[in-house]
Design a binder for this molecule. Sequence first.
Ligand SMILES: *Cc1c(COP(=O)(O)O)cnc(C)c1O
Length: 495
Amino acid sequence: MKFTSTRANKQIESANAITRGISEEGGLFVPVEFPQLGADTLDKMVDMNYKERAFEVLRLYLTDFTDEEIKNCVEGAYEGKFDNNIPAPLSFLNDNASVLELWHGPTCAFKDMALQLLPYLLTTSAKKVADGKTMVILVATSGDTGKAALDGFADVENTKIMVFYPVDGVSPMQKLQMTTQTGNNVAVCAIKGNFDDAQTGVKQIFTNDEIRNLLAENNMEFSSANSINFGRLVPQIVYYVSSYCDLIKNGKIKAGEQFNVVVPTGNFGNILAAYYAKQMGIPIGKFICASNKNNILTDFINTGVYDRNRDFYTTSSPSMDILISSNLERLLFELLGKDEAKVSDLMSKLSKDGKYEIDADTLAKLKAEFVGGCCDDEQTAETIKWLFDEYNYLCDTHTAVAVKVYKDYVEKTGDKTQTVIVSTASPYKFSKSVLCAVDNEDDTETEFDMTEKLSKVTKTPIPAPLAGLKDREVLHKSVREKGQMTDFIKENLGL
Ligand SMILES: *Cc1c(COP(=O)(O)O)cnc(C)c1O
């Protein structure tokens, strides 16, 4: 198995793709071709547990890893880290629809599915290709990624992790999750600016020769833990394969029968992993892409025009407040027949004009499999209440966006295909919005008071990793100007 770039022809091993994160010309690493999960293998996988299923998928991509290395990675990532040791359970709503709960990990958001595994993949890769250098992971976060990366990388040997978040841009729960993080290789810093400032700062540091050379002289190297890294994508393919196995196991579909997926989408990593699962042989029918009021993807799927020249909205589903969905580039690469020149052309238009358009043929291909839908905060809240009243099922704001878009889709098409709705966060990560939705509460109280109330009103437990936060010591208090990120890094690395 070899990897190439979406913008340049390459032939590299997975260990290189994972340590580098992004290709030097700015493209994203993608498999040259998709390995196949044959009917016999899938048949066997139905009776496997999550770790065994993960092994079967990973070994097809990480052909430069030994079986033993992959088993160690999977064991470290998923054993004892998720509620009931079941990382991706399906919860059945009715005859046609189930919810794939991806938030039973240590930080209560779906980012754990990949970020518990990535440190193992990265350190194993670095041993192969980076001569035992210390990997310095830089993360800019609007909330969920930062904590999930901190939790995954804390005390992992030969790594250091530094997280930058916008000082006023994360929820109180998310902030406390990050600032109380323990570990002797972790650093957390608030930036006086918004998420874009943090993100731009990190990108500039990645491409700054002076600091890169300084790191190299000290036997260190930067790497990335955000979703452009293929090492974050491959663990996400696993849970789509796993949910197919679980649908069969529970008699919801027969082997080979199609099912649809609905995915609350931001950077397009999660839904792309579903598309990759299909390329490997998982019979997914429609990919239903759900957005909040930042509905650039809905417009793109409907019209073929991607146009970021529009207002940016802050919504109750903040992890989907995004105008540039990086991983869409990987889908374009496939739809355009793996033509890196065409992808490069669209991406340079995007950076120059903030806009590009795909041709009619490509749009037809996109529409044959993808459906786009969106809703606003009011509809999100109504859906949380509806789902709770109707099914006694409590979901978070991001999941509610997916549920609403699915409802609209079924109303419009009458499609009764078995459907998996992807749930990306625990409702307790967004207690305030969720409580206001189910209980018509005014939102004057603190997030933590709301958390306890939510538990009383809905008779659901507060996840343990969040329940204890209030009493944890705040360990990270740094707040810096956005121009001071490099200084923060140097200080923390003792350079
Ligand atoms: C990151 C995130 C998303 C968006 O996922 P993408 O892979 O970026 O599309 C959705 N919901 C939650 C809760 C998230 O943390």
